[in-house]
Ligand binder design. Structure first.
Ligand code: ADE
Length: 247
């Protein structure tokens, strides 16, 4: 999968993603990260890409033309028009389901704003999706882009060594992950739950499922509405005081 990022800070993105799992995926060619500095497309000799907003107000705005020229240069090499994601606190909030959907694309372009934003006309012209990573305001779109690329990359086949872990982790099926333990069996006086040492696979599965349900109920009860719950799950949740909405 190929990620293209239009940004004023390409080094920030490349250095952020070139470690650990995303770094290895880049080395293996499972993902590519092409960070394009749209300052290179400035149409003036000073390489300025920002200007004052019409109508006045604080801050500067990124001009439409350099963003458009950088975009045009990128897409002319592509067979299909890719999705163009503008990262902004005004967008839809990024979720696991969005990461799953984007992981199916061959190419995705992210557009990062800085200063007070980008001229609306180029956004109308090229952007297909506006996405936020949460209800807080950052200084620019680079960190959100790194967050999204990380979440999408781990869903690209082969990026995680074992596909099972991507499948079963938090948010798979809208349930949080159960607690996990490794050696030693006792640490600071706390013992690993007996069932995990029992070797009884069916009991372990049952315990893990119940822990997931309990955790989700305690920490993110909103997720239970979307989870695929069996009769057994509902019975267990009911024993913890959960009342399912009649849908
Ligand atoms: N740019 C600034 N803040 C942001 C946020 N929360 N999500 C996405 N892009 C942003």
């Amino acid at each position: 999968m190929n990620f293209h990022i239009l940004t004023l800070f390409p080094e920030m993105i490349l250095s952020g993603l070139s470690h650990s799992i995303t770094g290895r995926a880049m080395d293996k060619g499972q993902i590519s990260v092409n960070a394009v500095d749209f300052r290179e497309y400035a149409t003036n000799k000073y390489k300025h890409v920002d200007d004052y907003p019409y109508g006045g107000g604080a801050g500067m705005l990124i001009q439409a033309e350099p963003v458009y020229l950088a975009y045009e240069d990128l897409v002319k090499k592509m067979e299909k028009k890719p999705r163009v994601i503008y990262v902004t606190p005004q967008g839809d909030v990024f979720r696991q389901s969005m990461a799953e959907e984007l992981a199916k694309e061959e190419d995705v372009i992210f557009l990062c704003g800085h200063y007070e934003g980008i001229d609306e006309r180029v956004l109308e012209e090229i952007v297909t999706d506006q996405v936020s990573i949460g209800d807080y305001v950052l200084t620019g779109g680079e960190l959100p882009v790194m967050v999204m690329i990380d979440a999408i990359s781990r869903l690209v086949p082969g990026v995680l060594n074992n596909d099972v872990s991507a499948e079963f982790e938090s948010f798979n099926d809208n349930l949080l992950e159960y607690p996990q333990y490794t050696r030693p069996a006792e640490y600071h006086g706390k013992k690993v739950p007996d069932v995990l040492l029992s070797g009884h696979h069916a009991n372990i599965e049952k315990w893990r499922r119940e822990q997931s349900l309990k955790r989700t109920l305690e920490r993110r009860p909103d997720l239970l509405q979307e989870a695929n719950l069996t009769k057994k799950d509902l019975k267990y949740l009911k024993s913890l005081g959960y009342e399912a909405d009649s849908k």
